[in-house]
Design a protein around this ligand. Structure first.
Ligand code: URA
Length: 442
């Protein structure tokens, strides 16, 4: 088999066999196929697409390019959750502990942030002492003891995706639905959970810009999971503004503590998305029999403080100082040299927010990385004070910047202001949840 023939076949719009797809994925992971041929192949996929069968075959080939985690020593139905990337999205830190407090089992491997999106591991590392690297045996022990742990990827998980993603990033081949679906699902399947809840983002801060595309991606991922015997539910949620009010690392942990302490209104987007994701995790985990029961269990865990206690237990089990994880003390992790409000240059309604630019502004202050080698300042970032549709005047603070290093302050402020669109007319209400996709196989 020759790679050049497979590139030609795909660019001619033909369907590749399972054997051919395995040749591409394994050959590239092993270093036998050069970057230039893989780039040409992925560009052909961008233009010609892949059938669902090809995408499922690619997912499985990528999944088996490295280690596959065995979580069978952990009791119960293990439920994972994945978001396709957002800004101010601290859902994992809320729903992992909340689901565990209701009796669910969450053994989660998360990623770091790069560019405008934050990473759960960076947020966790803003808690002094917490170790996101845990030996696999200890990881399983923590989950068996308290029901939840969140760690970094261990071992050699899906090396094909690591190499493909790095190449996609620099060859303008990120936004292909089959490539995103196989990238996400190969990692989720290799991470070993029995069931998966996917949060597929749509909007200005997301890979998917239209609901139709988000629905296509969601359906494809649910079908791939079902094909290999995992239960998958995908929820399409709005990413036309940061999900929570905090964008930064310790700031997002503070947001999570506030939600778990019942301090956030039920109408808040972060609360709404957390409840929906956690409800589906309890259903897939067979902890709750129906949606009403799941919601009651979650509301009780929030009201009683059991969810917050679970987060404290998880932090302690992973070596962190759990004393900070209270509404009274969490602020100590968010101390910065200056807090600077940002005001709009005109009066009107907030008609749009470019969420990715808000993420980039926080990154410029030191909350995120531009390159893998950059070092994060855990305390910096920004707190939003307004939501889409708000009426603002030149005296309304849109956000407060949390700043230690002022080197890129002016640039970050301009980046933030360029993200906020202000108009004369109040925009229509946009719901947070656009659709829920469950088993789609006939
Ligand atoms: N997230 C992933 O893990 N992979 C993609 O291709 C896009 C988002």
């Amino acid at each position: 088999m020759r790679m050049v023939d497979l590139i030609e076949k795909k660019s001619g719009g033909l369907e590749l066999t399972n054997e051919e797809i395995r040749f591409v994925a394994n050959g590239f992971a092993r270093g036998e196929i050069p970057d230039y041929q893989m780039s040409a192949f992925m560009m052909a996929v961008v233009h010609r697409g892949m059938s669902d069968r090809e995408t499922a075959d690619l997912t499985m080939a990528m999944m088996h390019s490295g280690d596959v985690v065995d979580l069978s020593e952990i009791r119960g139905v293990k439920v994972d959750k994945h978001s396709t990337g957002g800004v101010g999205d601290t859902t994992t830190l809320v729903i992992g502990p909340l689901v565990a407090a209701c009796g669910g089992t969450v053994a989660k491997m998360s990623g770091r942030g790069l560019g405008h999106t934050g990473g759960t591991l960076d947020k966790l590392e803003s808690i002094p002492g917490l170790l996101i690297e845990q030996p696999m045996d200890r990881f399983k022990e923590i989950v068996n003891d308290i029901g939840v742990a969140v760690i970094g990827q261990t071992g050699n998980l899906v090396p094909a995706d690591k190499k493909m993603y790095a190449l996609r990033d620099v060859t303008s081949t990120v936004s292909s639905i089959p490539l995103i679906a196989s990238s996400v699902m190969s990692k989720k399947l290799a991470a070993g959970s029995d069931a998966i809840v996917l949060d597929v983002k749509v909007g200005s801060g997301a890979f998917m810009q239209t609901i139709e595309d988000a629905r296509k991606l969601a359906t494809l991922m649910v079908n791939i999971g079902t094909l290999v015997g995992r239960e998958v539910v995908a929820i399409i949620t709005d990413m036309n503004q940061p999900l929570g009010l905090a964008v930064g690392n310790a700031l997002e942990v503070r947001d999570a503590v506030e939600v778990l302490s019942g301090k956030v209104a039920e109408t808040d987007p972060l609360y709404e998305v957390c409840m929906l994701l956690a409800t589906n995790m309890l259903l897939l985990g067979k902890v709750a029999g129906d949606e009403k029961e799941a919601r009651e269990m979650l509301a009780n865990a929030m009201r009683s403080g059991a969810g917050l206690q679970k987060l404290q237990q998880m932090v302690a089990a992973q070596g962190g100082e759990a004393a900070y994880i209270t509404p009274e003390r969490i602020d100590e992790l968010c101390q910065v040299q200056r807090k600077i409000p940002v005001y709009p240059r005109r009066t009107g309604y907030i008609t749009g927010m470019r969420a990715e630019r808000i993420g980039t502004a926080a990154q410029m202050l030191g909350a995120g990385r531009e390159t893998k080698a950059d070092i994060i300042d855990p305390a910096v970032g920004l707190m939003m004070h307004v939501r889409l549709g708000a009426r603002v005047t030149c005296d309304t603070a849109l956000c407060t910047l949390y700043v230690n290093d002022e080197k890129r302050l002016a640039e970050a402020t301009e980046m933030f202001l360029s993200a906020i669109e202000i108009g004369e007319e109040k925009p229509d209400y946009v719901p947070m949840v656009h659709d829920i996709i469950r088993k789609c196989l006939s």
